[in-house]
Design a protein around this ligand. Structure first.
Ligand SMILES: [Zn+2]
Ligand SMILES: [Zn+2]
Length: 213
């Protein structure tokens, strides 16, 4: 089961793994109220990566439900405040500014690869950030910010697959490799961090037009 929740900041999902319930991503700070409304109990929080719009409420939600936060070890420095992500360009600078107005609480995370989920595979897809992961179950995957789904302007109900902005990517060539990894898993129903879920076909790669560097 993958259920999308109505949180602020990014798409957050509740998953069931052999009777255990995990929250995947937590949105921007301030989502605890929403979490209390729709989550009964929680066995853990899994972060696809440490960006503010995904990890922002991890501290408050994990405290309330007394559960651990799991992320790839390469993301731990950012969660613990020992590292800082680069955001370039005008939008990037604006995001940084907004984040500083309401800073994210520091998080002591556990290694997601040691969590040993039964039904989901944790797949390391570095590039957007060093420790970005996706959660794969059969032909479904929660992909974080590996790709985003944008509404086509003026055409109702149609969506376009977009790559994550290179201004926010940690390593563009690693990112392209991870996209190829995703391409090899198609057709795949994707649950992105931003935008709607769609079934991704192999041909999506051609439409992306990503630059390698
Ligand atoms: Zn991100
Ligand atoms: Zn995001």
């Amino acid at each position: 089961m993958i259920r999308k929740l109505n949180f602020k900041g990014c798409n957050c999902y509740l998953i069931d793994d052999s009777g255990k319930t995990y929250l995947v991503d937590t949105g921007t700070p301030g989502n605890l109220k929403r979490a209390k409304k729709c989550i009964g109990n929680l066995d853990g929080i899994i972060l696809t990566h440490a960006h503010y719009d995904h990890a922002g409420s991890a501290f408050e939600i994990s405290e309330f439900f007394s559960c651990e936060v799991y992320a790839h070890i390469a993301e731990h420095p950012y969660l613990e405040g020992r590292g800082e992500f680069q955001f370039n360009g005008f939008v990037g600078r604006m995001i940084k500014r907004l984040e500083s107005l309401r800073p994210m609480k520091l998080i002591q995370a556990e290694d997601v690869e040691k969590l040993r989920l039964r039904e989901f595979d944790v797949v390391h897809v570095p590039g957007h950030t060093p420790g970005s992961i996706m959660l794969l179950k059969g032909n479904e995957a929660i992909v974080g910010d590996l790709i985003r789904l944008r509404k086509k302007r003026f055409i109702a109900g149609e969506y376009v697959v977009r790559p994550s902005s290179r201004n926010f990517n940690w390593n563009q060539s690693e990112y392209v490799k991870s996209l190829e990894k995703l391409g090899n898993l198609t057709p795949l129903k994707v649950y992105p961090g931003h935008g709607v879920s769609i079934t991704l076909e192999r041909s999506f790669m051609e439409g992306l037009g990503v630059r390698r560097r």
